[in-house]
Design a protein around this ligand. Structure first.
Ligand SMILES: Cc1cc2nc3c(=O)[nH]c(=O)nc-3n(C[C@H](O)[C@H](O)[C@H](O)COP(=O)(O)O)c2cc1C
Length: 145
């Protein structure tokens, strides 16, 4: 609730309060996968990091947030495999706000990286829940002939 109180408009405040309940939906899951990422040092990073005179090139060549991208595909593969096996799973980053508490419970070895996401996995109680509406494909993909 503290973040909601910091919003400078009612819409953001209401949205923050509304989404808060989605940060704890993992609590009854029988299995919880914790996803960690280590810094992903690209060769561009290694070459340019100590060269302040190349700051612009550094920003251009290291802007792809590589460590986040390393988990995106892995999480998606896990979600697809779980769905294929009849399980329900959810990509969650909301609970990572409580990273320090989670480290306290789980222990934390910094060499293993930083907690990025949680994936509760279980047998869905109800698969008939309505799916959120989808944007038309043309609104999210640009096809170039
Ligand atoms: C990076 C990321 C973080 C998310 N974090 C949460 C979360 O903390 N809690 C939650 O209920 N849903 C979260 N979601 C949304 C669900 O994982 C899922 O995307 C949503 O239920 C709807 O599915 P859809 O993305 O296929 O529309 C997150 C999604 C993404 C991509």
């Amino acid at each position: 609730m503290e973040i909601a109180n910091l919003a400078d408009n009612e819409k953001d405040q209401a949205n923050m309060s509304k989404f808060l309940k989605y940060y704890t939906v993992f609590k009854n899951a029988p299995v919880l996968v914790l996803v960690y990422a280590k810094p992903y040092k690209t060769v561009e990073y290694k070459i340019l990091k100590d060269k302040p005179e190349c700051k612009e090139l550094y920003n251009m060549a290291t802007s792809s947030q590589a460590e986040i991208q390393t988990i995106g595909a892995a999480v998606e593969n896990l979600l697809l495999a779980a769905a294929n096996m009849g399980y329900g799973a959810c990509y969650m980053t909301g609970p990572v706000h409580s990273r320090d508490k989670i480290y306290e419970v789980m222990g934390h070895d910094e060499t293993k990286g930083e907690l990025m996401a949680l994936i509760p996995v279980g047998v869905p109680e109800d698969s008939s829940a309505p799916q959120p509406p989808r944007l038309p494909l043309e609104d999210v993909v640009t096809f170039i002939d």
